[in-house]
Design a protein around this ligand. Structure first.
Ligand SMILES: C[S@@+](CC[C@H](N)C(=O)[O-])C[C@H]1O[C@@H](n2cnc3c(N)ncnc32)[C@H](O)[C@@H]1O
Length: 197
């Protein structure tokens, strides 16, 4: 269950740029467009999902930006590559304006998804950038435990490692949680870190 437009509106604040890791079929992009983000960047490692989402959004303009293949539609940029490598490049290009809401949602999910769980590498890339004022949203917190033995997607960190990595970016982050699932059945599953809630 992707994050909803209403959830994004409740945490958007003054953020104008949506940066998503793990595009999949584009539900997060739809929610971000509906929530009124002005610029959207999303990155997907799977070639199949990348091609599929370009087709689904009717993207015809293709380019390569920062070495990453990219489909462009208006101010929505669909990047293809590893999310953590992409974030390193992306943040190196950007002045620290604190204007981003990161939606970190790249992970192994189905047999045909890219087999990786890059969350801690993504958070390390944000930390290395020195940019401390963006909003960071981490989806699927219930999954981050070594006890979770996904076939092909083993997790080698725990939920609290994620929180530590977020606070290592900025200890002043204030943390809150949203529920996920069709009926909100996954309690406190979405971590929201904001400097000024
Ligand atoms: C749960 S899905 C994303 C769902 C999407 N954000 C939404 O809201 O509908 C996770 C996606 O992350 C992708 N992924 C896994 N590892 C990745 C990586 N290292 N870099 C980029 N994408 C990755 C998978 O291929 C999969 O499509």
């Amino acid at each position: 269950m992707p994050i909803s437009k209403e959830q994004l509106l409740s945490i958007k604040g003054d953020k104008r740029v949506f940066v998503e890791t793990g595009t999949s079929t584009g539900a997060g992009v739809h929610a971000a467009l509906d929530a009124g983000f002005e610029v959207i960047n999303t990155v997907e490692a799977s070639q199949e999902y990348f091609n599929g989402v370009l087709g689904a959004f009717g993207v015809s303009m293709r380019s390569t930006i920062g070495g990453f293949p990219c489909g462009i539609k208006g101010l929505t940029f669909f990047h293809h590559g590893d999310s953590a490598e992409f974030l390193k490049w992306f943040l190196s290009q950007l002045p620290d304006s604190g204007c981003i809401l990161f939606f970190l949602d790249a992970h192994f999910s189905k047999e045909d998804s890219h087999n990786d769980n890059p969350l801690l590498r993504e958070l390390a890339a944000i930390k290395e950038s020195g940019q401390r004022n963006h909003t960071i949203v981490v989806d699927d917190m219930r999954l981050w435990t070594r006890k979770n033995t996904w076939e092909g997607g083993a997790i080698d960190f725990e939920n609290e490692d994620v929180i530590k990595a977020v606070l290592a970016i900025n200890p002043a982050y204030q943390l809150s949680f949203l529920d996920s699932g069709e009926r909100g059945e996954h309690k406190d599953d979405i971590l929201v870190a904001r400097v000024q809630p």
